[in-house]
Design a protein around this ligand. Structure first.
Ligand code: COA
Ligand code: ZN
Length: 312
C-alpha cells in the first residue's frame, strides 16, 4: 500500500484567518488531540509579527504547552530571522519558511520584494544549519489572485535557488485555489524530473472546488506529502479572495477509501473534526464529519421492509 504523509495546518493556516481569536487553551487542546491521530507533521503556529497575524500572537505559549508525541514533527511558519530565532528558542522540529513566487503577493503578505525575502530566508537557512531541517513554502505557485498566471519556469527558478541552499523540502502552495488537475500533474512531473533528493509537499485550497481533484492528480503523479486543514479552515489574510484549505478529514477519507496508507486513525480524526465548530464558533466546510464515512450505513425506511415483505 502506498504511504501518503499528512501535515495538519489547521492551527496555523486555519486559525490565522479566523475572525475571532482562538484561546490558547483551545489551540493546545486541539493540537494535543491531533497529535493522537497519526499525523506525520503538525504545523503548530507561525512566528510572524503580531501586527500582521494577531490570531497567532500566542505562538510561544502554544509551543511551550503542547504535549509532543514521538514520531510527530512539530513545524512552524517563519518569515524572517526574528521568527527563526523565536522558533528555535521554542524547540520547533522544523522551520517552514515562506515567500511567494509572485512579486505582488510577496509585497502584500510579507511587505517586501521577493529578493529581499530570499536574502532574509538565506540567512535563516544558515542559522538553522546543523540544528533543524528547513522547508520552504512557495506561495501562489499555481497562480496569484492579483497577477494571474505564475509560469512553471518561475516556480522552478525559486525551487532551484532554495535547493542550492540545501533545504530539505519545498511546499508548493495553491494559496487561493487557482490550480487545476492538469496543471498540478505538470508541476509534479517537472519537480520530480528536476530534483531527486528534495521532499515535495503540495498545499491546496478549495476556493474553486478543485481541491480534492488536485490532490488526486498530484498523488497519481507521485507526490506523497500533503498539507490539509481540519474542517477545511484556512486562508492567507493578505491574499484577496482566499478561502479554506482542503479538509484533512475529507482528503484522508478519500485516500483511505482508495486504498492508500495515510497512517491516520480516521475515526479519531473525525471525532476531533466534529468538535471544531464549537472551537471556532461557526460551521466549517468539511463534509465527511457531517455526512459520515462511506461505510457508515443508514437504516432503510420502514416502507422498504414492508415492500420486501410483500415481495414487490
Ligand atoms: N516576530 C515578531 N515580531 C516581528 C517579526 C517576527 N518574526 N518580524 C518583525 N516583527 C516586528 C518588528 O519587531 C516590528 O515591531 P515594532 O513595530 O513593535 O517595532 C514590526 O514587527 C515590524 O517589523 P518590520 O521588520 O518593519 O516588518 P514589516 O512590518 O515589514 O513586516 C513581516 C514584515 C514579514 C514581519 C510581516 O509582514 C509578517 O509577519 N508577515 C506574515 C504574513 C503571514 O504570516 N501571512 C500568512 C501566511 S502565508
Ligand atoms: Zn494556505
Amino acid at each position: 500500500m502506498q504511504r501518503i504523509h499528512f501535515n495538519e495546518v489547521v492551527t496555523r493556516d486555519g486559525f490565522q484567518i479566523e475572525p475571532a481569536f482562538v484561546p490558547t487553551d483551545d489551540k493546545v487542546a486541539l493540537i494535543d488531540a491531533l497529535s493522537q491521530c497519526g499525523y506525520a507533521k503538525i504545523e503548530v503556529t507561525s512566528f510572524t509579527s503580531a501586527k500582521a497575524i494577531p490570531m497567532l500572537r500566542d505562538a510561544e505559549a502554544v509551543m511551550g504547552r503542547i504535549r509532543r508525541v514521538p514520531g510527530v514533527e512539530y513545524t512552524v511558519l517563519v518569515p524572517n530571522v526574528r521568527g527563526a530565532e523565536r522558533a528555535l528558542e521554542c524547540r520547533a522540529d522544523e522551520l517552514n519558511l515562506v515567500m511567494s513566487t509572485s512579486e505582488t503577493h510577496n509585497l502584500a503578505n510579507l511587505r517586501m520584494p521577493r529578493e529581499k525575502s530570499f536574502a532574509g530566508l538565506s540567512d535563516v537557512i544558515a542559522l538553522a544549519a546543523g540544528q533543524v531541517p528547513v522547508n520552504v513554502s512557495l506561495s501562489t505557485s499555481f497562480g496569484c489572485p492579483m497577477e494571474g498566471d505564475v509560469p512553471l519556469d518561475e516556480v522552478l527558478r525559486w525551487a532551484d535557488r532554495f535547493a542550492a541552499q540545501g533545504v530539505r523540502g519545498l511546499t508548493l502552495c495553491d494559496t487561493t485555489g487557482m490550480a487545476h488537475p492538469a496543471q498540478v500533474a505538470r508541476m509534479a512531473q517537472a519537480l520530480r524530473a528536476r530534483f531527486d533528493a528534495l521532499q515535495f509537499t503540495f498545499h491546496f485550497h478549495n476556493t474553486r472546488g478543485m481541491g480534492l481533484a488536485n490532490l488526486l492528480a498530484a498523488v497519481q503523479a507521485g507526490i506523497d506529502r500533503y498539507d490539509g486543514s481540519l474542517g477545511g479552515l484556512g486562508g492567507c489574510p493578505y491574499a484577496p479572495g482566499a478561502s479554506g484549505n482542503i479538509s484533512s478529514e475529507d482528503a484522508i477519507h478519500m485516500l483511505q477509501a482508495m486504498g492508500y496508507d495515510t497512517g491516520i486513525d480516521l475515526d479519531r480524526l473525525l471525532a476531533v473534526a466534529r468538535r471544531l465548530p464549537q472551537v471556532v464558533g461557526h460551521d466549517v466546510p468539511g463534509q465527511v464529519a457531517k455526512a459520515g464515512r462511506i461505510t457508515d450505513l443508514r437504516p432503510a425506511p420502514a416502507s422498504v421492509a414492508e415492500l420486501r415483505g410483500a415481495n414487490v
